[in-house]
Design a protein around this ligand. Structure first.
Ligand code: SF4
Ligand code: SF4
Length: 210
């Protein structure tokens, strides 16, 4: 009687083993085959350079400093450098949610990110900065200003700086124009400065002088 009791559990286990052999696999065949992740998977964030305007909003909402930004005004032209380090990323998605253009950075399905060299986790993106043509202060990236002007459409006519920034010709002044602009810097804004790209401070002063 006791022997019979012991045999039944063994037969049940055997049945389970045979069933599992003929059942579909529960695990993936990685690394023999790439692992398929769900559509909503949050993997390595990637900048979409076509749509990113370098505004830095994503840097401000990144909780781990996986995204950092520095404005380098020592170079000509001045540049904004945004650095991404995915070794510090917690894949929270804040950057994607808070992106100004809604398309500038996306979390991808890349999950196999292991590396022995931390430098490999770092990538940088450069954007040309627009300076105030009166006081030389940094206003923002040129790409951001052009994007704003396009978004505003006809309303951009209320902001000459945005309109001028949109005009690609203004991005490459002739030598004569550059000399003139250099001479005009660091003085009080005047009415004719309406035809210049100004920072908010100079714009405010200009309005007060009118
Ligand atoms: S997913 Fe989160 S932690 Fe990673 S870069 Fe974006 S905001 Fe920073
Ligand atoms: S918020 Fe969007 S557009 Fe602005 S820098 Fe970040 S990714 Fe680029």
């Amino acid at each position: 009687m006791k022997e019979q009791i012991m045999r039944w559990p063994k037969l049940r286990e055997l049945k389970e083993a045979v069933t599992v052999i003929f059942s579909p696999r529960f695990t993936t065949r990685f690394p023999a085959e790439p692992c398929q992740v769900p559509e909503s998977y949050r993997g390595k964030p990637e900048f979409q350079t076509e749509y990113c305007v370098g505004c830095g909003a994503c840097v401000n909402v990144c909780p781990t400093e996986a995204l950092t930004m520095v404005d380098n005004t020592d170079t000509e032209p001045a540049k904004r450098i945004i650095t991404k380090r995915y070794d510090a990323c917690i894949f929270c998605g804040n950057c994607e949610d808070g992106c100004t253009t809604q398309k500038g950075i996306k979390l991808t399905d890349q999950w196999d990110l292991a590396t022995l060299d931390r430098e490999e986790t770092k990538s940088t993106y450069e954007f040309e900065l627009q300076r105030c043509e009166n006081c030389n202060a940094v206003i923002g990236t040129k790409k951001h200003m052009v994007w704003l002007a396009r978004q505003l459409g006809p309303l951009a006519y209320t902001n000459p700086s945005l309109l001028l920034a949109r005009n690609a010709e203004m991005f490459s002044h002739s030598e004569l124009e550059q000399k003139y602009l250099a001479e005009q810097k660091s003085r009080e804004p005047r009415v004719r400065d309406f035809s210049k790209i100004l920072c908010p401070k100079c714009k405010c002063e200009l309005n007060l002088h009118l």
